[in-house]
Design a protein around this ligand. Sequence first.
Ligand code: TNX
Length: 508
Amino acid sequence: LAAIGLVGAGVLADAAPAAAAALPNTVVPAPVSAVAGGSAFTLAPAATLTSDDAGVGTYLAGVLRASTGYALPLTVGATTPGSIALELSGAPGSTGPEGYQLTSGASGVVIQAQQPAGLFHGVQTLLQMLPSDVMSATVRPGPWTVPGGTVLDYPRFSYRGAMLDVARHFFTVAQVERYIDELALYKVNYLHLHLSDDQGWRIAVNSWPNLATYGGSTEVGGGAGGFYTQADYTAIVAYASSRFMTVVPEIDMPGHTNAALASYAPLNCNGVAPPLYTGTNVGFSSLCVSLPLTYTFIDQVVGELAALTPGPYLHIGGDEASSTSASDYTSFIGQVQQIVAAHGKAAVGWHDVTKAPLQPSTVAQFWGTTTTDTNVAAAAANGTKVVMSPANKAYLDMKYTHKTKLGQTWAGLIEVNTAYGWDPGAYLSGVTGSSVLGVEGPLWTETIVTSADIDTMAFPRLPALAELGWSPWSTHDVTAFDQRLAAQGPRWKAMGVSYYHSPQVPWP
Ligand code: TNX
């Protein structure tokens, strides 16, 4: 790959003399600064690893051993740095809780961070500076050379998310873990799981067992569906945590609740359970807002889910409640926020919730297709933080072009440069600066059935969104981005990740 600098990155001028060359343009998301200098480092068969964090050291050793075939002994907490050293000391203050500094030279590579999360993100950068074969699960010939230089890096936004809809089609624990591994490569730090919808309820709730066993028994198209036991969900949370990713579980309400209403007749205003639903319409179901049992139900479901969830957020949906009256909706969102708060979590809701008064801790997730929304702007003016998922930019279930086999078109066609071509911090009027918590790419799964389907829709757009969430706006440059993205193609090939070969990207 050509040594093309991070053009447009004014930060480079501050970080180094003007003459300093940039490192090869291979890293997504673009780092804050990446300056070439000194000799390259080549990993030798006798190389060693040291890490101040056992988990990150083990992760790196696992990737490198598989593709290099080298022994790469790992010492945790060593005083003498190995050929690759991960250190929880020496990082500049600007790196913050998730950033890192990476220095490579003839004698080795040192990654320094204040927290293990920063080491993990630095490891992702290191892997992207190594040849793409490093991502292979089987031994490859190398050589394993890292260009010499220094990377200083930290995120623009604290929330960089991806959502997987496991309700329309169910995905197994292994499939979710596979996606977690893919997301981690791009420094995504929140995994939002859409755990319930009209077509399926996917998490076992001990106090309401039929939700999963009956409500989870089918999916879009009439397949067998499925659900996570509480142990399964805990395994996903732990796996995500090992990749420094926090799970945000969503129970969508008051709409998108047919699977729950079908599982328990007493939850319905008329006391009659509707049949299970396997189609793809939206907006036809609603919990019974006037029924006291509704709030007992929500309290118990939220209580069990909150107890299983170490992260700060619990997503309450709130979207497309077109079978709920406006006054019922306001009353409902008010009560549900109190329940979520009582279980120690901050509520997240699709931005429809900004039609109701919000608690200070409630986060709104914008999924509109316009750049003005008076309710969201008013909420932001009142202190509400917003996660940006504009459907015409960030929806990973939209087709790339009319020729894309999977996906939908209601929010438009989203080629990779469209997914990249907006500024989350200056997109929605009245929702800028500190009102923006971050960016999320939702993947709805009405048409998505397999892991290959997930991969094809997420890649290469998910890395585009991840870069918008991580990289300083000063690095934003579509030509340079498409070149960085091109360098990812051989990596996905080495990993067996299907991706859309967008003609906008100069794939090697
Ligand atoms: C709208 S976006 C929905 C989902 C669908 C999606 C399909 C949102 C909050 N609700 O129920 O799955 O469109 O693109």
